[in-house]
Design a protein around this ligand. Sequence first.
Ligand code: HEC
Ligand code: HEC
Ligand code: HEC
Ligand code: HEC
Ligand code: HEC
Ligand code: HEC
Ligand code: HEC
Ligand code: HEC
Ligand code: HEC
Ligand code: HEC
Length: 318
Amino acid sequence: MNLFKWLGLLGRISARLLQHGRPLTTLSLFVLFLGLVYGQDQAIAGKAPAKYVGPEACKTCHEDIYNNFDKSPHWKTTLDKRGGPPKQGCEACHGAAAAHIDDPGDPKNIFSFKTASAKEVNERCLECHSSGKDHMNFSRSAHSDNNLSCLSCHSAHHGLQNQSLLIKAQTNLCYTCHQKIKPQFNMPFHHRVEEGLIQCTDCHNPHGGFIGKQLRSAAARDSVCFTCHADKQGPFVFEHQPIKTEGCMACHSPHGSPNPRLIKTSNLNVLCLKCHTASTFSGASGTPDFHNQAAQYQACTICHAAIHGSNFDRHMLK
Ligand code: HEC
Ligand code: HEC
Ligand code: HEC
Ligand code: HEC
Ligand code: HEC
Ligand code: HEC
Ligand code: HEC
Ligand code: HEC
Ligand code: HEC
Ligand code: HEC
């Protein structure tokens, strides 16, 4: 019913009420009416309780986006009735849109991700995505600290593919900002990330985590390596202490290295001798001669083969 019909109806009812000597009732009716008119004004100004219109209402003016929407994973929000209109369809992200349809020219009438700050964007998206273990640490991540938003990597409508809605395929996505990392994966020995065997996100969680360098997994710093190299986890009867105390990166470069087995130094023995000084061997009684590296350039691991730990030999010879 529009304003004029209301006015007509009100006039007729008032006349009736006055005829029957009910001026008070007539007055309260007028107050109610004024309230209604005021409410309409507020709705137009966008201050009224938010009014939701549903995604169909967007189709006429945003046809492309509307037509692509049913292929997007966010289509699912229209099927989930629990949160009601504020959690469904276009308006789950852009907010109540009745005022925008009345006056599309006023940018205040709709939430635009293009003009919003990184913080505002993240808050919006995390309304639904903060519960999963994958995202709950985003606000603590180096990415968030450096003012990245979800839209640095994702796009709601123009994603490369609907799976994960990324703006670029993964390795290149990360390289756009991490150019210094790329040469490490081009070293002679490297984890085959560029070849597609594993991904940056197998080791890192771009949404942050509890341990440093946004590494995945919670228990220990190196546990991310154990997801694929479980044989190195032990427990062993004879542990090689630095693996437990310092982790895999005491000896390996995780991305790539000029040396086989991703070893940090070109000469393996130099690596061992960083911690096991030559004097350890020469001084102690009963030390075998073959430890004299001046005489014999053999890799330590020729004999100490079980370098990650052993169940058989204290000296990790097997
Ligand atoms: C009557 C036509 C019309 C309808 C219906 C309509 N819009 Fe719009 N919308 C516009 C116009 C015009 C603009 C301004 C476009 C521009 O600035 O380039 C706009 C802009 C927007 C923007 C801001 C774009 C930006 O730059 O970030 C969003 C978001 C938006 N509309 C969402 C919606 C949603 C959601 C619906 C449905 C609930 C909807 N619109 C329905 C006409 C409409
Ligand atoms: C998951 C949250 C989300 C949902 C749901 C959503 N949008 Fe958007 N919308 C965005 C984001 C983020 C942008 C910024 C551009 C981008 O990331 O693709 C955007 C941009 C826009 C724009 C600006 C033009 C453009 O191409 O970037 C319009 C118009 C728009 N959305 C309309 C809609 C309509 C209509 C629907 C429902 C059919 C809808 N949006 C559903 C998040 C959403
Ligand atoms: C630095 C880039 C980056 C940022 C910033 C980022 N993401 Fe992601 N996101 C990714 C990548 C890459 C994947 C794919 C992960 C995979 O395939 O293992 C992903 C996957 C996802 C997924 C689907 C898979 C899953 O883990 O459930 C969701 C949902 C998601 N991101 C939401 C968000 C939200 C919400 C934000 C902002 C709070 C955000 N992302 C910020 C890079 C990013
Ligand atoms: C109203 C709740 C809601 C909001 C707000 C929301 N999402 Fe989602 N999002 C969902 C649902 C539901 C799915 C589908 C999950 C599924 O398929 O299991 C989804 C899926 C995704 C996926 C793909 C997951 C996959 O497995 O491929 C990404 C990426 C994502 N959202 C990012 C975002 C970003 C970025 C924003 C902010 C612009 C956002 N979402 C806002 C509810 C939401
Ligand atoms: C095999 C696991 C693994 C893969 C795959 C991996 N990383 Fe890493 N990355 C690590 C580890 C472990 C560290 C921590 C190194 C340290 O603390 O010495 C790290 C550190 C980093 C750092 C911090 C560097 C610094 O100097 O502080 C960045 C940035 C990074 N990685 C980006 C990437 C990118 C981009 C990719 C994909 C192209 C990638 N990583 C793939 C394990 C991995
Ligand atoms: C839009 C730019 C951008 C993109 C895209 C991006 N990053 Fe980052 N990333 C940063 C910035 C900025 C930092 C903080 C400064 C630094 O450490 O270089 C950072 C830090 C990191 C760190 C170090 C965290 C720490 O605690 O020191 C890792 C690991 C990382 N990013 C991995 C990734 C991975 C994996 C991807 C791809 C999925 C990715 N980044 C995509 C900008 C980006
Ligand atoms: C997602 C699985 C995955 C994770 C996580 C992973 N790796 Fe690997 N790693 C591999 C694969 C697969 C190979 C086989 C090498 C190849 O053929 O490219 C490999 C090979 C290696 C090699 C031997 C390289 C050579 O030249 O033979 C070392 C050393 C290594 N990884 C150390 C690590 C360390 C340290 C970590 C933790 C920072 C780690 N890996 C995490 C999958 C993984
Ligand atoms: C004390 C130094 C040291 C530490 C710490 C260390 N490694 Fe190694 N790792 C080596 C050496 C040396 C080799 C090469 C052995 C050879 O060439 O015979 C090697 C080889 C490897 C290889 C390839 C050959 C194989 O045995 O599969 C993988 C994979 C590997 N290490 C993973 C790890 C992981 C995962 C960790 C952390 C749990 C780790 N390393 C910690 C010294 C170390
Ligand atoms: C980051 C330091 C570090 C590096 C690098 C390192 N080790 Fe060790 N290693 C230790 C520590 C600490 C112990 C425990 C010492 C102890 O119990 O007296 C140990 C123990 C050993 C033992 C057993 C000694 C014993 O008395 O039980 C052998 C054998 C050994 N390392 C060989 C090597 C070899 C070979 C390399 C090179 C591939 C190497 N280590 C690299 C720190 C290191
Ligand atoms: C030819 C084989 C061989 C080579 C090469 C070798 N070791 Fe040993 N190493 C042994 C044997 C055997 C023992 C045990 C001696 C014993 O029973 O007391 C031993 C013992 C050790 C111990 C324990 C010493 C102690 O006092 O308890 C350390 C540490 C060690 N080696 C480190 C190294 C390092 C570092 C290198 C390389 C620079 C190396 N070894 C090269 C065979 C070798």
